[in-house]
Structures are given as structure tokens and as C-alpha cells.
Design a protein around this ligand. Structure first.
Ligand code: HH2
Length: 279
């Protein structure tokens, strides 16, 4: 199975990369449709930024932002709802979402009651404070055991489809993020399907800074984002959450074709080659 591509639709004024571009309902729907046409397997609709220092959004405003967008896109593609609020998750599912993207790891009861999938993400603290001074004894061990416990609790609650996500950039230094990316094979090996979001994040700007210059801004982090997504794919991750759907989907198809069924060590499969292809 190739890695699935989850395209980001941020209906927000303040997201770190695309804030303000799709705040209007019509613009958000049009962007979602573009991502679907580009081959997104899932579109992830969110109405509250979780960037470091972001301020919370009220319930009514978040509902107003996301519900019409979810309702418009759900007939055409699988939609996930990126929220920390139970009522937003519930109403988005009623509007057609079939996956709850739960960055606060608190919505298993909602997903269970609604009979939909759940992505559980690790976050150290809250968006307002998480980058203040994140510390771990052993970031990989702590994140892995947190996710294993959260996934077990969600299954116990009655959620069948669970993804786990190490939460790149959520209360983590560059070194923490890199340790978690290096440990993706370990997380995959643990058994739950893994979702990862690296797209345009700060650590990419720092690592790919030109010699003697400042970190690259989000607009210049595409190549690093794609490289990080390909790394995740080769590690066997189930879903990558990205802003740039078309090139990421191309990469996912190529990685799957090169690896056989997409998992490291799998035998090469004829099925990965489109029929009629000669070279
Ligand atoms: N990252 C962001 C938001 N939601 N969900 C999951 N599961 N994993 C992630 O890594 C993740 C996420 C942050 O990216 P973005 O939505 O582009 O920015 P903002 O939070 O500023 O809207």
C-alpha cells in the first residue's frame, strides 16, 4: 500500500504557512477542490491554527469556518476534521467528515460514538506554550509510549481505525523532531498506522538555511518538506499531511513503485507498474 496523501485546508487567518489565504468559505472550498484534483486521498479541514503561540478560537467561529467546507468537500473525497473541540468534531462528522484529526488527544469518545476514524497526535503542552522550553528524558521513548497508550485507550473506547502521529513541531526542538523522524521505522513497527506532518515546518527552514543566513521562511521550505515526506514514506508511514499535494502524491507513487508494496523490504510487485508502461 502506498502512503496516502492528506492535503491541508486551513480555514484560518493565522496558520503559519497559508493563514488568511482560505479564510473565506468559497476560497477554502476551491482550495479543497484543487487538492482533490491534485490527487489528495484525504483533505484535512481545520478552523483553528495550532502554530506556536496561536490563540484559541471560539466555538461558534470555528464551526462557522469549517462546517460549510466539510459539507462541500465530503461528497468528493474523504474529509478529516482538524480540531481540539468535541462539538466541532461531532458537527463536522454530521456534515460528512469520516476522520477526526485529534491533535489534543482528547476526542476518542467522540470518534467512538460517531463510528469514525481517529488520528492521535502527541503534543507537549498547548500551542500557546509548547515551544517555550520543551524537555524530554528520551523523546522517542516518551512519544512512543504515549501514543501506544493513547491508541490502546481509543481502541478500548471502541474506535476501530486509529492513526498515531509523533506531532512534529508540537513542543519539540529541532533535535527532538529529528530524533522522531529517525525513529519512524520503530513507530511503524509498533503496529498502529502512522501519520506524520512535516510540511513547511520550522525545523526544515533551520536545517536548509543557506550558509551564514537566517532559517528559510515557510515559502522556501517546499524541497525540504518533500524530502522529509519521502523519508517518512520510505519508513512505511501510512499517511503524510501536506500543503503541496501534487508533488507529494507523485513521490508516494514513485516510492511505492520502487519498494514494491511501499513497505521497506517487501518484494517488488508487478502491480506497482501502470499497465502499458514500457520503461
Ligand atoms: N500539524 C499542523 C496541524 N495539524 N495534525 C496532525 N495530525 N499532525 C501534524 O503534524 C499537524 C496537524 C500544523 O500545520 P498547519 O495546519 O499547516 O498550521 P497551523 O496549525 O498554523 O494551521
Amino acid at each position: 500500500m502506498r502512503t496516502l496523501v492528506m492535503g491541508v485546508v486551513n480555514v484560518t487567518p493565522d496558520s503559519f504557512f497559508d493563514g488568511g489565504r482560505y479564510l473565506e468559505t468559497a476560497a477554502a472550498i476551491a482550495h479543497g477542490e484543487e487538492l482533490i484534483a491534485a490527487g489528495a486521498d484525504i483533505v484535512d479541514v481545520g478552523g483553528e491554527s495550532t502554530r506556536p503561540g496561536a490563540l484559541p478560537v471560539g466555538l461558534d467561529e470555528e464551526l462557522r469556518r469549517v462546517l460549510p467546507v466539510v459539507a462541500a468537500l465530503a461528497p468528493r473525497c474523504r474529509v478529516s476534521i482538524d480540531t481540539m473541540k468535541p462539538q466541532v468534531a461531532r458537527e463536522a462528522v454530521a456534515a460528512g467528515a469520516t476522520l477526526v484529526n485529534d491533535v489534543s488527544c482528547s476526542l476518542a469518545p467522540v470518534a467512538a460514538a460517531a463510528g469514525v476514524g481517529l488520528a492521535l497526535m502527541h503534543m507537549h503542552g498547548t500551542p500557546a506554550t509548547m515551544q517555550a522550553n520543551p524537555r524530554y528524558r528520551d523523546v522517542v521513548a516518551e512519544v512512543a509510549s504515549f501514543l501506544a497508550a493513547a491508541a490502546a485507550a481509543a481502541h478500548h473506547e471502541g474506535v476501530e481505525e486509529v492513526y498515531v502521529d509523533p506531532g512534529i513541531g508540537f513542543g519539540k526542538t529541532v533535535a527532538h523532531n529529528l530524533a522522531l523522524l529517525a525513529a519512524l521505522p520503530e513507530l511503524v513497527e509498533a503496529g498502529e498506522p502512522v501519520l506524520v506532518g512535516v510540511s513547511r515546518k520550522q525545523f526544515i527552514g533551520r536545517i536548509s538555511a543557506r550558509p551564514g543566513s537566517d532559517p528559510l521562511p515557510p515559502e522556501e521550505r517546499f524541497e525540504g518538506s518533500l524530502a522529509s515526506a519521502v523519508h517518512a514514506m520510505v519508513c512505511g508511514v501510512a499517511v503524510v499531511r501536506v500543503h503541496d499535494v501534487a508533488p507529494t502524491r507523485d513521490a508516494a507513487l514513485l516510492v511505492a513503485a520502487a519498494l514494491g508494496d511501499g513497505s521497506p523490504g517487501a518484494p517488488r510487485a508487478e502491480a506497482a507498474v501502470p499497465s502499458g508502461a514500457s520503461a
